[in-house]
Design a protein around this ligand. Structure first.
Ligand code: ZN
Length: 288
């Protein structure tokens, strides 16, 4: 029995990575019915004559549904400063959704060369750094070594508004990325199996999913208390509130509201939290 990682799924055909080599593998019959492997899964495989068989799916750290992918190490939230302009509202909504899935967000600010260095937007961005978010800035003539290091040995999903420069970023990290993904989609269009296809692509010594991560933001199933506990800005305060089930809106003795008053928590983040709580109440979905 060997440990392998599922890298690609087309129809019911699995490609798994064992010791740096990709081989085709079939799940055992009972797995197909009950607990089918998905891309990102760690699995135990066995070679039976000429074929590799997936015997077992190991426990998952997390699981995304759009795209269906397991054990995501991080989500790179690609956010532009210019065309489209920076939006803390959108960035926070994405961060909140990622963190309730127990996935680490990394904020990637693009087109930094297109605004002046003393632009007030950088003060808003600094608040994320202060709260403990990992932030990396990119742009023309920016050093790419930091962002390369972020990808190394990890499974990353990319998300962010269209035009923020997700594919440009991947192409700058790995010039062959676009060519390879285009070939894959051409091959898929020729074939019949367009229904189920998820694939991890090698980029900068790590792996990225070829789908954008989130196309809509669904807040309808979120729990407000749980959300408030994962927001990094709130983490030093949520457990100091007078009431244990405090959701930090109208309750007396709320440590979060007090910290906002004292400017220890970003007012922007708190307001965006309140807005998302309203979306939760309405059961709303927001499209990117
Ligand atoms: Zn509170």
């Amino acid at each position: 029995m060997r440990k392998a990682r599922v890298m690609k799924l087309i129809s019911n055909q699995y490609s798994v990575l064992i010791d740096g080599k990709i081989v085709l593998a079939k799940p055992m019959g009972k797995l197909r019915l009950r607990h089918s492997p998905i891309v990102g899964d760690w699995v135990s495989v066995e070679q039976l004559e000429e074929h590799w068989v997936i015997q077992r799916v190991l426990d998952r750290d997390n699981e995304l549904t759009r795209p269906t992918i397991a054990n995501v190490d991080q989500a790179l939230v690609v956010t532009s400063l210019f065309r489209p302009d920076f939006s803390a509202t959108l960035l926070d909504r994405l961060l909140f959704l990622i963190m309730v899935e127990h996935i680490k967000p990394v904020i990637c600010i693009t087109k930094c060369d297109l605004v002046s260095e003393d632009d007030p937007v950088f003060e808003i961005i600094d608040e994320y750094v202060k709260a403990g978010y990992q932030v990396v800035k990119t742009g023309l003539n920016y050093d790419m070594s930091e962002i390369k290091e972020i990808f190394r040995d990890k499974i990353t999903v990319l998300t962010g508004q269209s035009g923020a420069g997700k594919s440009a970023l991947l192409n700058r990290l790995d010039a062959s990325f676009q060519i390879r993904t285009q070939e894959t989609s051409k091959a898929l269009n020729r074939g019949k199996h367009t229904t189920r296809h998820v694939e991890l692509h090698p980029v900068a010594n790590g792996w990225v999913a070829d789908t954008p991560g989130f196309s809509s933001l669904d807040f309808s199933t979120l729990d407000k208390r749980m959300l408030s506990e994962v927001i990094l800005d709130f983490k030093d305060y949520v457990f100091k509130c007078k009431f244990r089930n405090c959701i930090h809106i109208n309750e007396p003795g709320c440590a979060v509201k007090e910290a906002v008053e004292n400017k220890e928590i970003s007012k922007i983040r708190y307001n965006n939290y309140i807005d998302v709580c309203e979306l939760i109440d309405k059961g709303d979905q927001v499209w990117l």
